[in-house]
Ligand binder design. Structure first.
Ligand code: FAD
Length: 385
């Protein structure tokens, strides 16, 4: 408990994993699953066509052609057609394509405010795609190899290196733990919804992948829990804002339902009782030199946000952008403090940020369920041997 109070970072001390699993399974997960299906929370706007700012030579922007070619292929001369097995472009695979049947009408804007933690330009214009998240599950897409590896490498080596053993400054741990937790969650979703057989189009769980990428690394699991608690803490801290926001999608009955579910989530989710202090941001950013560190971490997170434009698989880019925006929104809620460490009383969020925040929490909550389920099966124990 002492460690927790001293640093503000919760590892195992304040919430034991069993309590989190119980409350997630019984209360949060069912609530979130219902919430993300409401029209307000299922439509997300995103600029999917990239302008990768880091390695223009990679040819990533060619991906637009291979993702949404709207003309029949036979209209192109042979030399213009994309190679069948392009190792960079994963867009030819049906499982990586994004459903684009919505337009701007599905998305009525709120205020447009700049979030200092992210680099996304939220202006409504012709470059925006309006996506029904329910039709575009985050799952295995076949995006792998040097292109995917390059993104994770750039994130971990340049923008949030793993902190040294014995690091005592909690602020230096936050970013790495958040990204690692998100990475575990992405891997869990790939594992839970995996294309097992391309010829028969058979989908199912890939326990080996789950074991190798997540379960066998204690810190990957721990960081997943950390990220979940961090985002949940942000949602509960923004309770009064979320409570009073207008959930207008044009479908009155469904919007009332969204409002009702949000209220339940922010006020009634029993995690606060079981886990009084999942994350104590008030302890952070207090000491000397901390404002500079905060700026540095903010810059690193903005770089990570920009890196999402380099993700070479459309559906991965969609979920990468959404989840990084959700993390940026959590950081904005929890870390919007002045130099004296006082919280920002005028919190304002964009509609897209709220959608990202709740969908991210749902993804993390699903990952926790999958971790618990697979860890408890004998199959995983056999894989470990
Ligand atoms: P990777 O998952 O690429 O990991 C690379 C290295 O990072 C590992 O070798 C390990 O050293 C380290 N690492 C792994 N996990 C953690 C962790 N939790 N914490 C700290 N370090 C870790 N693929 C899909 O099929 N569907 C998707 O929706 C999808 N979304 C993606 C979104 C983004 C933003 C990115 C960058 C990639 C996405 N991918 C997706 C690709 C996927 O994440 C993997 O990169 C790919 O499956 C190849 O996996 P890998 O075995 O090389 O290990």
């Amino acid at each position: 408990k002492d460690t927790c109070e001293n640093t503000g970072i919760v590892e195992e001390c304040c919430c034991d994993y069993e309590s989190i699993n119980d409350i997630n399974g019984a209360v949060l997960h069912p609530l979130l699953q219902e919430l993300v299906q409401t029209p307000f929370f299922r439509y997300f706007k995103v600029k999917l066509w990239c302008d990768c700012p880091f390695w223009p030579d990679d040819g990533m922007c060619r991906l637009r052609d291979c993702s949404v070619c709207e003309c029949p292929e036979h209209e192109f001369p042979e030399s213009f057609r994309k190679p069948k097995d392009d190792p960079v472009c994963q867009e030819g695979k049906p499982e990586s394509a994004v459903d684009r049947t919505l337009d701007a009408k599905s998305f009525r804007g709120w205020v447009e405010i700049d979030n200092p933690w992210t680099l996304d330009d939220e202006t409504d214009n012709g470059e925006m795609t309006y996506v029904n998240l329910q039709l575009n599950a985050e799952r295995h897409t076949g995006y792998t190899g040097p292109s995917a590896r390059r993104i994770w490498d750039a994130i971990y080596s340049e923008n949030c290196p793993r902190y040294a053993n014995g690091e005592t400054c909690p602020e230096k741990k936050v970013l790495y733990k958040l990204i690692s937790g998100l990475h575990s969650s992405i891997s869990s979703h790939i594992a839970v919804d995996y294309l097992l057989d391309e010829t028969t189009n058979k989908w199912g769980s890939n326990l080996r992948l789950m074991h190798d990428r997540v379960l066998k690394h204690f810190d990957h699991v721990e960081n997943l829990y950390f990220t979940f608690l961090f985002v949940l803490r942000a949602v509960t801290k923004a309770a009064s804002y979320l409570d009073q926001a207008e959930y207008d999608s044009g479908n009155h009955v469904e919007d009332l339902r969204a409002q009702f579910l949000i209220r339940q989530l922010v006020h009634d989710s029993k995690l606060q009782d079981a886990c009084a202090l999942p994350f104590d941001e008030a302890e952070l950013w207090q000491g000397q030199g901390r404002p500079i560190l905060r700026q540095q971490i903010q810059n690193q997170f903005r770089n990570i946000s920009a890196l999402m434009d380099c993700v070479g698989c459309e559906k991965c880019r969609l979920w990468g952008k959404l989840q990084v925006l959700g993390l940026g929104t959590s950081l904005q809620i929890l870390f919007s403090v002045d130099d004296q460490g006082n919280p920002d009383p005028h919190l304002q969020l964009q509609r897209n940020e709220v959608i990202a925040l709740i969908n991210l929490l749902n993804r993390l909550s699903e990952s926790l369920i999958f971790v618990t389920k697979t860890r408890d099966t004998g199959a995983i124990a056999r894989l470990a041997n």
